[in-house]
Design a protein around this ligand. Structure first.
Ligand code: FAD
Length: 646
């Protein structure tokens, strides 16, 4: 095995993952750092210009307050998550998000405007953008703010390091270059974990040549959750996944179709499940109060779709793009104007895909789909962890002081905004739980909030924490284990051999090691079959969840047998180690919450209904003890700091 060089980086504040939240942390943090002589360093497993979920572009900014008040937004978020949100965190983002969007415009992001110069809204909160280069534009601002010399790219952070004198304080991080044989050891006073959500924990619907295609781009593997969890930070709502209903196979966005073009969806037999669900006696009335108030929560919209597909067998679900386009164009005064309008709408529809999900445009082209001529299929995807979107999983963090009430102060506030329960360890974006629906703009905003507080923490705590060098040495060994394991056992393999009878290459089999691909298949199978993936129609029970925990325990043990042929595979191995941790946390949270609160995200077959009295008043939280490999489950109260008038 090659020799690995150790590179030590000493800084004050480390930003781990400059995606949307991390870029916001760069912009705001650099300002406060300059004033206070604080050094900021940034580390990304990828290249910041295109890293994170926004790397492939977006067609809309999903959170813009406009003239609405933060309370209006809070009301929407509470409703969408079936009551589960922290008022202080949501309000804190809402009150600053307009400023963020105006910043984006100044950075050069093209936001659609109408002939009067007003922003074009996709829906009440969403703005249409020409967003193919959204991340590149925002990243450039972040890079300019902190300076390229302070940005380290292509380094995967594997684990955080704790202060040897105070196990509840973060002191550093360790990772490896995915390009060169180098281990990185960071020493710092504080860090912000903004390493995104997690994809490919559950089995994706895509198989064969489409394998790996998912709604969530494949590059976030649960690192936010892993890093904060294994550092001992309290985590919240790890049971809440997000299942987007999107165009089938390409996962193209439906927002513009439903909100801007006002398209409707029906079952294969033409049943308008949304209208019927809302009508008197309809299914939505079985989920009061959330099912009876508009906008209908995302999970319930999925739920109605799933009833058609799985209970009635009336799938697939069609979105009527043709009818929507025709209806808008109908308003044209004459035939010529009608044709022109159809062309314009058609172009907008294609651009919607080309801005953020190019593969959907390719798929439409390959399948000769003409959206103006006929409907397309939509489909619920596999579950993802994305606390910044319509999920809620992430770290339990302190909120802003000024929004606390007497009742909430002791529960939701411990000094520094967005600091986790571990001193000096901050989180933002997908890293923070129960502040859902912040999306790209809100994540950037939360990064700004976290960075300002983290700089203050560095100023207030000038002494540098120290970590135990023996722990670092042991982690170095653990990090490189898949490479040495491969070297040790590579000769005993079927790879490179040929089946003599059929003259075909033989698949890889080695009794001593597991490749990252094998590990991910095993994890996906467990999660799909026992933890409510699409293969089991999103249904689980205490029995299946306990079976999953047994299987995950064995998988966790076998992770020491992971083998990597090169640095890229080493990253794949570590991604799986991170994924397995969030998988276990998720399974334990699901088991603990004995109700079905989010039908359409998952169903507990042993607790089929929502139990508002018991579970509607609490968040499910957990703390992990990495030394003992043990989770402690607990609940925290949901305290409403703001009264929402109906
Ligand atoms: P990300 O932006 O994903 O950034 C994570 C960062 O962490 C990246 O830089 C990554 O490289 C880095 N990283 C990960 N692991 C490690 C590690 N171990 N070590 C070092 N670095 C690491 N929002 C909208 O406003 N409008 C939309 O239309 C919209 N559509 C979306 C469509 C899809 C398919 C998805 C997935 C999201 C969409 N969102 C949308 C939401 C938006 O993308 C997210 O809210 C936002 O990107 C979250 O920001 P983040 O910083 O938490 O994560």
């Amino acid at each position: 095995m090659q020799e690995f060089k150790t590179i030590e980086v000493t800084t004050d504040l480390l930003i781990i993952g400059p995606g949307m939240a991390g870029a916001g942390a760069c912009v705001e943090g650099a300002h406060w750092a300059r004033e206070n002589n604080v050094k900021i360093t940034v580390v990304d497993k990828a290249a910041m210009e295109r890293s994170g979920a926004v790397g492939m572009g977006l067609s809309a900014i999903n959170q813009y307050q406009g003239e609405n008040s933060p309370v209006d937004y809070l009301s929407y978020v509470r409703q969408d998550l079936m009551g589960l949100c922290r008022d202080d965190l949501v309000m804190d983002i809402s009150r600053h998000v307009n400023g963020t969007v105006h910043m984006f415009e100044k950075f050069g992001l093209p936001i659609w405007t109408d002939p009067d110069g007003n922003y074009v809204h996709e829906g009440r909160w969403q703005l249409m953008i020409n967003g193919e280069s959204y991340k590149a534009i925002v990243a450039e601002a972040g890079k300019n703010a902190v300076g390229m010399d302070n940005i380290i790219e292509r380094v995967f952070i594997a684990r955080l390091l704790l202060d040897k004198n105070d196990k509840n304080r973060v002191a550093g991080a360790i990772g490896f270059s995915v390009r060169d044989p180098e281990i990185y050891v960071f020493k710092f006073k504080a860090c912000i974990v903004s390493a995104g959500g997690a994809v490919h924990v559950f089995k994706p619907r895509s198989t064969g040549e489409g394998l790996g295609r998912a709604w969530y781009p494949p590059w976030n593997a649960g690192s936010s959750s892993y890093l904060t969890t294994t550092a001992g930070a309290e985590m919240t709502s790890q049971e809440v996944v997000f299942i987007p209903g999107r165009f089938k196979d390409g996962y193209g966005p439906v927002g513009a179709w439903f909100l801007l073009f006002k398209a409707s969806a029906t079952s294969a037999t033409g049943f308008n499940y949304m209208a019927e669900g809302l009508a008197e006696g309809g299914e939505l009335h079985n989920w009061p109060p959330y099912g009876e108030v508009k906008p209908i929560p995302t999970c319930l919209r999925n739920h109605l779709m799933m009833i058609e597909m799985y209970q009635k067998g009336d799938g697939p679900i069609f979105i009527h793009t043709d009818k929507a386009i025709a209806k808008i164009a109908e308003k044209a005064p004459d035939e010529k104007a009608y044709k022109k309008e159809i062309k314009k709408l058609e172009a907008e529809a294609w651009e919607d895909f080309l801005d953020m999900t190019i593969s959907q445009a390719v798929l439409w082209a390959a399948k000769d789909v003409f959206p103006e001529e006929g409907p397309s299929e939509i489909m619920p995807s596999e579950p993802y962890f994305i606390g910044s979107h319509s999920g809620a999983s992430g770290a339990w963090t302190s909120g802003p002081e000024d929004i606390q009430t007497d009742a909430s102060r002791n529960e939701y506030f411990w000094g520094y905004n967005r600091m986790t329960t571990v001193k000096g360890l901050f989180a933002a974006g997908d890293g923070v739980g129960v502040s859902s629906h912040k999306f790209s703009s809100g994540s950037f905003t939360e990064g700004r909030i976290a960075a300002k507080a983290a700089v203050k923490y560095c100023v207030d705590n000038p002494e540098r924490p120290e970590f135990d060098e023996a722990v670092v040495d042991s982690l170095k060994e653990q990090i490189l284990l898949p490479l040495s394991h491969y070297e040790k056992h590579k000769a005993y393999t079927t790879l490179g051999t040929t089946d003599k009878k059929y003259d075909l290459p033989v698949e890889e089999v080695n009794p001593n090691y597991i490749t990252p691909k094998m590990a991910i298949f095993r994890l996906n199978k467990i999660m799909d079959e026992y933890v409510a993936g699409w293969g089991t129609q999103y249904t689980c029970s205490a029995i299946t969840l306990n079976i999953a925990l047994d299987h995950l325990k064995m998988l966790k043990k076998d992770l020491s047998k992971l083998a990597a042929r090169n640095l890229h595979e080493l990253m794949r191995c570590w991604e799986n180690i991170h994924r397995v941790q969030i998988a276990e946390a998720h399974t334990r949270h699901k088991l603990y919450r004995e109700e079905t609160r989010w039908p359409g995200y998952y169903y507990r077959s042993d607790f089929k209904r929502m139990d508002e009295d018991k579970w509607g008043k609490v968040f499910v939280n957990s703390v992990y003890d990495a030394d003992k490999d043990e989770f402690t489950m607990l609940t925290r109260p949901i305290i409403h700091q703001v009264e929402i008038k109906e």
